[in-house]
Design a protein around this ligand. Structure first.
Ligand code: ZN
Length: 134
């Protein structure tokens, strides 16, 4: 894996959290994006080589609503950038890691993504992401 691409943080109210993180990181939010298929609104901040992704649920069945009900706001996932997501999914699946999606899906910020089940990764929801090639 190439690097930590971003850390995803579940928040209740995106607008308030954008203002908070702009102050905390001393950098403006450079992008907001809705991912309708996941029921989330996202906001991104650049921090050096990595990013912070804030996630707000847009409906009650969103994975982010379920997470907040269970655990409250906080770190939701860690995303690793990979060069070839399909090869990496194959490699991890062969090692016994449970993939939450069988084929890469469209994520925010021009990425193909795949999540690993946290029960096989010490409770950490891991996202693999690969920049979509134009
Ligand atoms: Zn993410």
């Amino acid at each position: 894996m190439l690097k930590i691409e971003h850390i995803g943080i579940a928040v209740k109210e995106l607008k308030a959290s954008i203002a908070l993180f702009e102050q905390l990181l001393n950098t403006p939010c450079y992008k907001t994006e809705a991912v309708v298929s996941e029921g989330v609104n996202t906001a991104f901040f650049q921090t050096g080589d990595s990013k912070i992704e804030l996630l707000e649920a847009t409906n009650e069945t969103s994975p982010i609503s379920k997470f907040i009900v269970k655990k409250g706001e906080g770190i939701h996932h860690i995303a690793f950038e990979v060069e070839n997501i399909e090869a990496e999914m194959k490699r991890l699946s062969a090692l016994g890691f449970e993939l939450l999606n069988e084929i890469p899906k469209n994520g925010a910020d021009n990425k193909l993504v795949c999540f690993l089940h946290p029960k096989g990764t010490n409770g950490v929801l891991v996202e693999l992401c690969q920049e979509k090639k134009l």
